[in-house]
Each structure stands twice: as C-alpha cells, then as structure tokens.
Design a protein around this ligand. Structure first.
Ligand SMILES: [Zn+2]
Length: 89
C-alpha cells in the first residue's frame, strides 16, 4: 500500500525567499549571468566557445530580489529568514 506523497508545503511553513536588504518576500526571479551579446558573437565566430559560454550562462543563474535586484536573499524558512519576517510582522 502506497500513500500519495504531497509535494505542497505544509500549512504554516514559510515558503519563498526574504531579501536581507529591503525585506521583500516571495519567489525570487532568476537572472542569467553574462551577456546575450557576447553569447551571440561567440556563436557567430567561434562555435565551441559559444557553446561553452551558453552552458556557463545556463548553469550560473542567480536568484535575485524582485524588489531591489539584490542577490542577498535567503530562504524564508531558514532561522534568519523567519527572524526577518518576525521583525516585520
Ligand atoms: Zn531586496
């Protein structure tokens, strides 16, 4: 007998991220590092570096604050995140 695993977070558990700079909370957006222009140039003139650069960009995404763009965000469920939310509540 197998029970269905619930993937949703239990009620009361804090989800998302908290920005340590501006206090914003929610789902962060991801930002690819590097430049799309460099990627295009590399692809046009040097196929292999273009491929490497594309892979590098895809694998080095930053989670950033939607409010101020800072990378200084922490999981809201972490002790520090809960403390930050507690201060604002
Ligand atoms: Zn922020």
């Amino acid at each position: 007998m197998q029970q269905e695993v619930l993937r949703e977070a239990p009620a009361g558990k804090v989800s998302g991220y908290v920005c340590t700079l501006c206090g914003w909370q929610g789902r962060p957006k991801t930002r690819a590092k590097g430049s799309i222009l460099i990627e295009i140039v590399l692809w046009l003139f040097f196929l292999v570096p273009g491929l490497i650069y594309s892979i590098w960009r895809l694998t080095t995404k930053d989670r950033v604050c939607r409010s101020c763009g800072s990378v200084a965000i922490i999981p809201a469920g972490s002790p520090r995140g809960r403390a930050m939310l507690g201060m604002r509540a």
